[in-house]
Design a protein around this ligand. Structure first.
Ligand code: ADP
Ligand code: MG
Length: 775
């Protein structure tokens, strides 16, 4: 069967077709057989009805579709046919933009997306992206963007716009507000001024595309969708996005108000239940969807059946037809967008959609610009109200508030006579004043709230010169306050900086004082140590002296013995016996000394048989000497030694005496220093300073610290001289004494006879002297 429709398009009712690209599930083995073909003129479309194609084996399909005997062609003409390659921009610019223009001119416009589930209705109307400038943006975001661009581009700033948006869905024949979820089960009303409208539907004043995107996102999240066989997230409701654009233009003839309304309708899928495989709730939904869609079909049929009078058009059979009453045969410029799938399995649905669209072409609308002054444009109402409020504000501003205050002040003075009475009057006045101010504030807020919802042609309200002036004034004031605040801060910062420098100075001073104290303490400690050392040395000398005395005693008794012996033998004692150096006797004398040392290995033994001493050395055997010679030598030697020892003893005692005196004088000095009241004072001063510094700094405490520091410095400079001098003197003396006198004096110098009495030599030294002796 071949069907050719004659052209029947008109400007007020446009019908366009969009063929979506095949989906993955419709492509078999990389091959896809399309049932539709659009003509290059973008107006004609053929749909191929392949006979019993489902029975043809896959491998014969290609040959089958080439044979004209196997198909019938249905050909349609529409206002525009978009094929699979069409883009969102193309659809918008060649179709939707016309509706937007009409709205901006003050017409009611409607775009209705019709078609089977999964054919791209939601994709075309919304697009699945809200990213600005995205290729995927659908008609709704593009329309709004276009409206705002139009408002901003409009050079005629004598036009004021107001844009409002509403979003509703009809699900199971119940209307709900998608932008205010608690707004459910809304009713459709009609009045002469507004025409058909949804009662209590929220309207949102919008000023920029991002605000709209936000509304759309919010609304779409609330829309009822479900997974069907045809589409993963199929819309189960009819959704209507309504954009109202009100504008007031100031013309030489007076104000001209216009209200344009754009209804963007995304219908639920038109498929038959058989195709969707719906059951249960889904089946109920489908029934309701199909009922409303058949009502739409009936309305269109009634509208296009020219014989039927208008009163019989069944708008009230469904919510969607009732709501779209103006769009269908009324005061509206309407565009039907019918979506179809090119797949063979969708052939029946596609054909019925095309037939529906074809019928719709015959609807005759009678649109007109909504510019009736009495039509109650909200914008006009707002403007009037603003004007009224402004007048009220001006009147209230004229009230002499300042003089009222001074009057109140005078009255308060008089109140000294009758306090009670005047006080109450004063209070009353005060209350009035507060009320007055409150009133003014409220009025101002109201004006700014209303202003913020309005857009002035070519610019937003905040871009008007009045607004800019006020803004600049305010900014200037803030800048000035900011500058002052900055200066104050800078001053404060400088003060803090100075305080900090002062504190640092005090700190340095304190550190210096502390170093001096430490040095002093160290010196005192050193002095204590030196005293202890001297004490020890003295003890050692005492011990040595005692030893010397003991030796002396032994020598004395020995001399006595020897003298006794000489007397017994009648031998004269020679008084000045000179012995040659290195003579045998001299050597023997040394040997005798060695014999006294218990650690020596050389032993002198009395030999009664020869009346001599036997000198024994373990390695070298024994030697015999004449006993007389030895005795004489020993005697002389002992006398020498005695004299020497006595002399040394004397020196040693003198030295001891002197050191004792020195020690006493040093102790005196220390005592004096410690008892000095200034020492105590200095300690107190340091304590006070430390105490002040541990507290948080302030002017007073810093001054106290400074004072104390000066005091301390003075004390220390006075004090430093005495202990320092004493200690230095002491150190010098002790070191001299130690190094030169004490040691030298206490060591017995060798006599003429080369006799020596040294402190006990250590083992090595001793061995060496023995070797020297016998070489
Ligand atoms: P409907 O609202 O009619 O049920 P959708 O708009 O949800 O269908 O589209 C169904 C699927 O097909 C989506 O994944 C959508 O992205 C894709 N689609 C529809 N139309 C087009 C198109 N013209 N170009 C690319 N993809 C499309
Ligand atoms: Mg959809």
């Amino acid at each position: 069967m071949k069907q050719k429709e004659k052209e029947g398009s008109n400007e007020n009712l446009r019908v366009v077709i969009r063929v979506r690209p095949p989906m993955a599930r419709e492509i078999k083995d990389g091959k896809f057989i399309s049932t539709v073909q659009a003509a290059p003129d973008n107006q004609q479309l053929c749909i191929f009805d392949y006979h019993a194609i489902e029975l043809v084996p896959d491998e014969e399909l290609e040959a089958f579709v080439q044979n004209p005997a196997n198909y019938t062609i249905h050909q349609f003409t529409f206002d525009y046919v978009y094929d699979q390659e069409s883009t969102q921009v193309e659809v918008y610019e060649t179709t939707a933009a016309l509706s937007v223009d009409s709205t901006l001119q003050g017409y009611n416009s409607t775009i209705i997306a019709y078609g089977q589930t999964g054919t791209g209705k939601t994709y075309t109307m919304h697009g699945f992206s809200f990213t600005p400038n995205s290729d995927q943006l659908g008609i709704i975001p593009r329309s709004l963007h276009n409206i705002f661009t139009h408002i901003q581009m409009k050079s005629n700033s004598m036009t004021t716009f107001m844009v409002r948006a509403s979003y509703l869905q009809i699900y199971n024949e119940s209307i709900s507000d998608l932008l205010r979820p608690d707004n459910q089960q809304l009713n459709i009303r009609e009045d002469k001024k507004r025409g058909v409208f949804v009662e209590n539907l929220s309207e949102w004043a919008v000023r920029s595309p991002p605000e709209i995107y936000q509304l759309m996102r919010r609304g779409n999240a609330k829309r009822v969708t479900a997974s069907t066989r045809m589409n993963d997230t199929s819309s189960r409701s009819h959704a209507v996005f309504i954009i109202t654009v009100e504008q007031i233009e100031e013309t030489p003839e007076g104000k001209r108000a216009r209200v344009g309304k754009l209804n963007l309708v995304d219908l639920a899928g038109s498929e038959r239940v058989r195709v969707t495989g719906a059951t249960g709730i889904r089946l109920e939904e489908s029934k309701k969807i199909n009922q409303s869609l058949s009502a739409l079909g009936n309305v269109i049929a009634a509208l296009t059946e020219l014989k039927q009078p208008k009163s019989h058009i069944p708008y009230r059979d469904s919510k969607i037809t009732r709501l779209l009453e103006d769009s269908l045969g009324g005061n509206c410029k309407t565009t039907f967008m019918a979506m179809i799938s090119p797949a063979i399995e969708a052939f029946n649905e596609s054909l019925s959609t095309l037939k529906f669209a074809n019928r719709a072409k015959n609807i005759r609308n009678t649109p007109m610009v909504n510019q009736d002054q009495d039509q109650g444009a909200l914008l006009r109402k707002y403007q009037l109200e603003i004007q009224k409020l402004k007048q009220e504000l001006d009147e209230r501003s004229k009230l002499p508030i300042d003089s009222m205050v001074s009057e109140l002040e005078k009255e308060r003075q008089k109140a000294l006579e009758d306090k009670q009475e005047v006080m109450s009057a004063y209070e009353q006045r005060n209350r009035d004043l507060v009320q007055e101010r409150e009133m003014r504030k409220q009025l101002e807020e109201k004006i700014s709230a209303l202003n913020s919802q309005m857009l002035v042609g070519g610019q937003k309200i905040e871009e008007t010169p009045q607004f800019q002036n006020a803004l600049e004034k305010q900014q200037k004031l803030i800048r000035q306050q900011y500058q002052e605040k900055l200066q104050e801060l800078e001053k404060e910062r400088q003060n803090i900086e100075e305080d900090k420098a002062q504190t640092d100075k005090y700190k340095q001073l304190l550190l210096k004082q502390r170093d001096i104290m430490i040095a002093l303490t160290n010196r005192l400690n050193e002095r204590d140590e030196t005293i202890l050392q001297l004490q020890e040395e003295l003890d050692a000398y005492d011990k040595l002296q005692k030893e010397l005395e003991d030796i002396n005693q032994t020598k004395d008794s020995r001399i006595k013995q020897l003298v006794e012996l000489l007397k017994q033998k009648d031998i004269e004692i020679p008084m000045n016996l000179e012995l040659p150096a290195n003579s045998f006797i001299n050597n023997a004398k040394q040997k005798l000394l060695l014999a006294e040392m218990p650690s020596s290995k050389m032993i002198l033994v009395a030999d009664p048989s020869s009346n001599s001493y036997i000198q024994t050395l373990p390695q070298q055997g024994s030697y015999h000497h004449s006993s007389e010679a030895v005795t004489q030598y020993e005697l002389k030697n002992q006398i020498d030694i005695n004299k020497k020892l006595e002399l040394d003893l004397k020196i040693s005692r003198m030295e001891q005496e002197r050191q004792k005196k020195e020690l006493v004088s040093l102790q005196d000095q220390i005592q004096k220093y410690e008892n000095d009241p200034t020492t105590e004072q200095a300690k107190k001063s340091v304590d006070l300073i430390l105490n002040q510094l541990t507290k948080p700094a302030n002017g007073n405490s810093l001054a106290t610290v400074a004072q104390e520091l000066q005091k301390l410095q003075k004390i220390l400079s006075d004090k430093e001289a005495s202990p320092k001098k004493a200690v230095l003197k002491f150190q010098q003396e002790t070191s001299n004494l130690k190094q030169q006198e004490i040691i030298n004096k206490l060591i017995i110098k060798p006599s003429k006879s080369n006799n020596q009495l040294n402190p006990p030599p250590n083992k090595k030294q001793k061995q060496k002297s023995i070797e020297d002796l016998w070489n």
